[in-house]
Design a binder for this molecule. Structure first.
Ligand code: ADP
Length: 292
């Protein structure tokens, strides 16, 4: 939320946004569950130009041990933006922003995972932003939630997240990078869809009361849609295909029968040639006489 001036109008004269979206329109989202073999659970999300991978391990023993909680599991999320995820190389490693995002994501998941069932353990959640275009904390939460379900970690519900905001005095759904950088306000939000409880609500910039209500309404509509996509991604991975007819292997083709052979029939035997005067076959006798 830089508030810097954009090189072009973010809201066009026809009321649409410069990328052609309506004010209440999300960017295209795809979610794929179970994309990594080594992790206990994983998910890959593309969200407009964002590309985010999430992997989950656990519940497993906590190291170092002093972090163990004898009453429940801890959730340790690590959000990381790859150096190549933004147009200017990002310095690798944790910074204040990634630590803040890791903390809010850990807290959101501690509220939905049944942590009391796994004392002394940790559930580790890794979020890698491969390409960033604003809204990455929300894309990360959305992906991590599917990865946790894919790992079989018991949870109250999946968590969808989305960030709406304000650009050129217009409230818009799901800010992209240009809108985030040049806009006036940003409202990332995550809820538990089944209960409507808030798990994440951050606000950067200034909204009037009505604008804030409008941004929340856009977010809630978006979250319901993202929730369906999350469930669909898990259904796709775990769907069992039921055949309508029992499947029978096709019969092996028998080779065409050849001419019948009577194995008991005796073949006629040619009589041997009569011996010559020397006792050898007549042909050899003739040769030896010619040579003398
Ligand atoms: P979110 O990605 O959740 O919207 P921010 O509002 O902090 O989080 O960041 C908005 C966008 O700004 C990011 O998605 C990314 O495209 C860009 N950005 C953030 N940090 C950096 C950075 N260190 N270098 C370059 N771009 C960045």
């Amino acid at each position: 939320m830089g508030g810097t001036a954009s090189t072009h109008k973010l809201i066009r004269d026809d009321g649409k946004r410069y990328d052609g979206r309506a004010v209440d329109e999300l960017r295209p989202i795809t979610i794929q569950a179970g994309v990594l073999k080594r992790a206990d659970g994983s998910a890959y999300v593309t969200w407009g130009d964002n590309k985010v991978l999430a992997a989950v391990y656990g519940p497993r023993e906590v190291h170092p041990r002093h972090l163990q909680n004898p009453a429940r599991a801890i959730v340790q999320a690590r959000y990381n933006m790859a150096s190549f995820s933004v147009s200017e190389r990002k310095r690798p490693g944790p910074d204040r922003r990634s630590q803040e995002i890791s903390k809010i994501i850990s807290e959101a998941f501690e509220a939905v995972v049944f942590v009391e069932q796994f004392p002394r353990t940790t559930v580790d959640v890794f979020i890698e932003v491969l390409q960033a275009d604003a809204g990455t904390r929300c894309a990360g939460l959305t992906a991590a939630s599917v990865a946790l379900a894919d790992a079989g970690v018991p949870m109250r519900d999946l968590i969808p997240a989305c960030a709406s905001g304000k650009v050129e005095n217009t409230v818009v759904c799901d800010l992209n990078k240009e809108e985030d950088n040049c806009g006036e306000a940003d409202l990332p939000m995550a809820i538990i869809p089944r209960t409507g409880e808030f798990l994440l609500l951050q606000m950067d910039g200034h909204f009037t009361y009505d604008e804030l209500m409008q941004a929340m309404e856009y977010n809630i509509k978006a979250l319901n849609h993202i929730y369906q996509l999350q469930k669909e991604a898990l259904r796709k991975k775990y769907a069992t295909v039921q055949l309508e007819e029992p499947f029978v292997l096709p019969k092996r083709e028998e080779p065409a029968p050849g001419p019948e052979v009577d194995l008991n029939r005796e073949e006629p035997v040619e009589p041997p040639e009569a011996p010559g005067p020397t006792g050898a076959p007549a042909e050899m006798d003739r040769d030896s006489q010619g040579g003398a």
